[in-house]
Design a protein around this ligand. Structure first.
Ligand code: NAP
Length: 463
């Protein structure tokens, strides 16, 4: 039997429900908090008091690493999901069930329970603060989401058993999705795999679908990368192409199919925002674009990982003088990243009004397209499509480049653009758009599954 792992905040019923599920499936039950107490001979509050949270988390990591890989039901401590190493181990070949409940229910259930000192706040405030802090980590831990607020442990266990048997999406939703994908441009082997996932009955009702939403997006290599990562991390998922001119239709289909997550690409990064239940603080305002949607507990939550993909390769240039070429979607993410790194940033764009608008939104400067030579920056970021077919020119001439300049070209097809070639000839430090692609994909994977994939692993699967 595939291992069942229960995650969620304290007081959501993991231990009681886990015991029932283990009995019903005649497998062993493991409660990570009890295993920690057994291993140390001390209570969890005592470990927190005497050794601190860090020591507790180290023991918890060891306990999770020692759990059997199958034929078991595991109840995890409320904070276990925060550690990517735990998520990598717990998620492998397992079905993850997130239990949640409303704050009144949790407060009532925890009123008289001894608790480790996590914040020093009164109980209700502590619950609200920690649930909010861990919310996205819980979502990442969820294959199934079960609200235990108004239920008994036996009823909740019954609901989980039914979902484990039948999966979440209705047969009609699978059929609708299959027709959608059959009408698209999905390559033969990928289509055959999707048919196994969506046929009636499906090969495995618990296989989660993810994908890239765009128009067009059939050229995206995302499915090959993500599917390779699913094999590497033992995740029961299939990633595919959601190609359609109507993002509303894609989102409806995704909700009905209980999709785990979507990568969003051109031309939907702004339009998708009207189809979401929540948008994170970075994506919502200064950037104004979403490239990642996580579906969990009935909600679709938008994030932007593009800015993190641009930020990461530039961390060593904190405080530099930067010029940003372009004022579209990628430029908005870049402006946010450059300002976040404390760079003195100037936006240059073919249409000056758009440079002005972006600069005002991001809190930086703007200037005319031909001001580059006067500015003589330490860093230039190309966020125009120049260098990519059909316009394979360069936004700057070779004579405008100098060895002290770092050149980051966000274009990643081809990996070596005319701008980067010229910069290399001039002795500049160069960063390819592939670096942004790798880092934004890594952040997406973390939002989807809570697992921290090394950049090198992604690089390996891309080549
Ligand atoms: P976008 O929203 O369409 O914006 C394009 C920007 O480039 C606009 O500011 C536009 O200026 C400017 N531009 C277009 N053609 C130009 C030309 N011939 N000369 C000068 N400026 C020109 O596109 P986007 O989504 O920001 O994408 C921009 C580039 O970033 C794409 O090439 C894409 O490949 C790359 N990208 C890379 C990654 C990655 O992971 N590496 C991720 C996302 C995007 P106007 O305002 O005057 O029209």
């Amino acid at each position: 039997m595939r291992r069942i792992v229960l995650t969620g905040f304290r007081g959501t019923g993991k231990t009681e429900i886990g015991k029932i599920l283990a009995l019903q499936n005649t497998v062993q039950f493991f409660d990570t908090d009890s295993l920690i107490e057994l291993a140390t001979g001390r209570s969890i509050p005592d470990i927190f008091h005497e050794d601190g949270e860090e020591r507790f988390r180290n023991i918890e990591r060891e306990v999770i690493a020692s759990l059997p890989p199958a034929d078991a039901v595991v109840s995890t401590g409320g904070g276990a999901v925060v550690d990517p190493a735990n998520m990598e181990r717990l998620r492998r070949d397992s079905v993850m069930v997130l239990l949640f409940a409303d704050i009144d229910t949790i407060e009532k259930r925890l009123e008289n329970a001894p608790r480790p000192p996590l914040t020093g706040l009164p109980l209700r405030e502590e619950i609200a603060e920690i649930m909010d802090r861990r919310r996205h980590r819980y979502y990442a831990s969820a294959d199934l989401c079960i609200d235990t607020s108004g239920t008994t442990p036996a009823d909740a266990a019954g609901t989980i058993s039914a979902l484990l048997r039948d999966g979440v999406p209705a047969a009609a939703s699978r059929k609708e999705a299959l027709a959608f994908f059959r009408g698209g441009r999905i390559p033969g082997p990928s289509m055959r795999r999707l048919e196994q996932v969506l046929d009636d009955p499906p090969d495995d009702p618990l296989t989660r679908v993810l994908g890239v939403a765009g128009y067009p997006c059939a050229h995206s290599r995302g499915p090959y990368l993500f599917n390779a990562l699913f094999s590497r991390f033992g995740l029961n998922c299939q990633y595919t192409w959601f190609e359609d001119p109507d993002i509303g239709k894609i989102m409806r289909l995704a909700r009905n199919l209980d999709v785990k997550g979507l990568s969003v690409t051109i031309p939907f990064k702004q339009d998708v925002m009207t189809c979401l239940d929540e948008i994170d603080e970075h994506a919502a305002r200064p950037i104004g674009a979403v490239n990642t949607v996580v579906f969990a507990c009935g909600s679709a939550i938008g994030h932007n990982t593009d800015w993190l993909g641009i930020r990461k390769p530039l961390v060593s240039l904190k405080g530099a003088r930067a010029v940003l070429l372009g004022a579209g979607g990628a430029a908005a993410a870049a402006a946010y990243a450059l300002v976040d790194l404390g760079m003195d940033t100037t936006v240059l764009n073919r249409t000056p009004q758009k440079a002005k608008d972006l600069a005002e939104r991001a809190g930086c400067r703007w200037a005319g397209w031909d001001s580059f030579d006067d500015l003589r920056p330490d860093l230039v970021v190309n966020a125009t499509p120049l260098g990519m077919a059909p316009d394979t020119g360069s936004p700057l001439n070779e004579e405008q480049l100098y060895p002290e300049l770092t050149v980051f070209d966000l274009v990643y097809t081809p990996p070596l653009t005319p701008l980067l070639e010229a910069a290399q000839r001039k002795g500049c430090r160069t960063i390819s758009g592939t670096e942004m692609f790798i880092e934004q994909a890594r952040e997406q994977f973390y939002l989807f599954f809570g697992i921290d994939v090394p950049s090198e692993t992604i690089r390996k699967y891309l080549t």
